[in-house]
Ligand binder design. Structure first.
Ligand SMILES: Cc1cc2nc3c(=O)[nH]c(=O)nc-3n(C[C@H](O)[C@H](O)[C@H](O)COP(=O)(O)OP(=O)(O)OC[C@H]3O[C@@H](n4cnc5c(N)ncnc54)[C@H](O)[C@@H]3O)c2cc1C
Length: 378
């Protein structure tokens, strides 16, 4: 039976991040993926590496470390990334109150950010409408990659540069005595990492039986390419996003904003909508998103949800082409409290699941932590 140092189940970003770090430490790696290519959350997301969405302390530090590792990998693999930073634009006084309070408190907590006047914000992104703009929270830290390109090109790079073996079309049905078993592949490894995303039912379901794990469905859209030379600049978020990420819970001004949103925007609350916009290195804008929770993911998308997202975006954006070229939804594993879960179901086996919408942001940092704990990397 073929043998490798580390076998990884799942070629989404969590599996690929582990594969990269193991491979560059000089050990042999095999990645086993059930589909012809990874088709899960990792190809369906915004491609945002978004440290500002992480609460102060361990999670923010993890995101920053992950960002460093992303840059090392992207540089080595010669894959493009837009290091544009982010703007949270405020069009209401209560939104500005949160952004401004955060900008005062956050630097001492390790965030690099500043509150900008409307003119300063527009000078960073003329995609923002100036009418009604009260100010914006600027952070230089956020990156955008094209998730389609990462999921397709990173395996090729890992194979060519480090000889990582990829076994696509192999659904792993069983892991026993450090052997990975699928109908068309068997291999043994010194250690195995399971990075199976929102499939927490096939391998080691006993780890999650009483864990309150569920799923989150998000609706997303992409415009056609913008005219050559036009640039969004920083990725954009708006007032609703202050209410979404736990980062901003340190702000006393958040309570009033939450109350106003609940009162004025019940449909946005109902579908968990907050609006973000990022630009792909190839020019298109990605626009989302909504959050619907539950194990039974509705396979049918709701036009109403996309309409709410787009109408909100159009209120504040000044973009040459807003026609939507693609619509889709994605699903990630969701835990009510923990942003990720790791468990050790058998000797030498780790299951690693990001259980919130931050897998692009933390994947490389999380992989480093896991592999250190396992003694696989220094
Ligand atoms: C719409 C959307 C937008 C998002 N935006 C962002 C963002 O901008 N920034 C951010 O940080 N995060 C974002 N996220 C979250 C992020 O995409 C996920 O946290 C991350 O992609 C999870 O990666 P993963 O590798 O664990 O899962 P996946 O990408 O789902 O990969 C798991 C892989 O494992 C394979 N697999 C499962 N079981 C088996 C088996 N038994 N045998 C073989 N293969 C198996 C699957 O086929 C799949 O390819 C977003 C998520 C969604 C859905």
């Amino acid at each position: 039976m073929p043998k490798v140092d580390i076998a990884i189940v799942g070629a989404g970003i969590v599996g690929l991040a582990h594969a990269y770090l193991v491979a560059r430490s000089g050990q042999t790696v095999a990645v086993i993926e059930r589909n012809p290519a990874a088709l899960g959350a990792s190809i369906r997301n915004f491609g945002m590496v978004w440290p500002i969405g992480q609460p102060a302390g361990a999670m923010h530090q993890l995101a920053l470390r992950s960002r460093e590792l992303w840059i090392e990998m992207l540089t080595e693999a010669q894959l493009p990334c837009l290091a544009t930073g982010s703007l949270h634009a405020a069009y209401r006084e209560d939104e500005a109150a949160v952004g401004e309070e955060f900008s005062q408190r956050a630097p001492s907590l390790g965030y690099d950010c500043a509150w900008l006047s409307p003119a300063e914000a527009i000078s960073r992104s003329d995609a923002l409408r100036i009418e009604g703009l009260v100010g914006a929270l600027w952070s230089p830290t956020e990156l955008t990659v094209d998730p389609r390109q990462i999921v397709r090109s990173l395996p090729r790079f890992l194979d060519e540069r480090y000889g990582v073996q990829f076994h696509f079309n192999c659904a792993v049905q069983r892991i026993e005595h450090l052997s990975v078993q699928s109908p068309n592949l068997r291999l043994v490894a010194n250690a195995i990492i399971v990075a199976s995303g929102d499939d927490f039912q096939t391998l080691f379901p006993e780890c999650f039986r009483n864990s309150h794990l569920t799923r989150c469905k998000l609706q997303m859209m992409r415009t056609a390419s913008q005219p050559a030379g036009w640039q969004l600049g920083p990725s954009l978020a708006f007032g609703l996003t202050f209410n979404h990420y736990p980062t901003f819970q340190i702000c006393t001004a958040l309570k009033a904003l939450k109350e106003r949103i609940a009162q004025e925007m019940p449909d946005f609350e109902r579908w968990g909508i907050h609006v973000m916009v990022s630009q792909m290195p190839s020019g298109e804008l990605t626009i989302g998103d909504s959050h619907e929770y539950g194990l039974e993911v509705d396979i049918f998308d709701k036009p109403e949800v996309n309409r709410l997202i787009l109408d909100y975006a159009k209120t504040y954006l000044r973009v040459p082409k807003m026609e939507i070229a693609e619509q889709w939804h994605g699903v990630y594993a969701k835990h009510p409290e923990h942003p990720y879960l790791r468990c050790l179901p058998a000797e030498g086996v780790r299951v690693v699941i990001v259980t919130s919408g931050i897998g692009m942001t933390i994947s490389f940092g999380l992989a480093e932590q896991t592999l250190r704990e396992m003694g696989v990397v220094p």
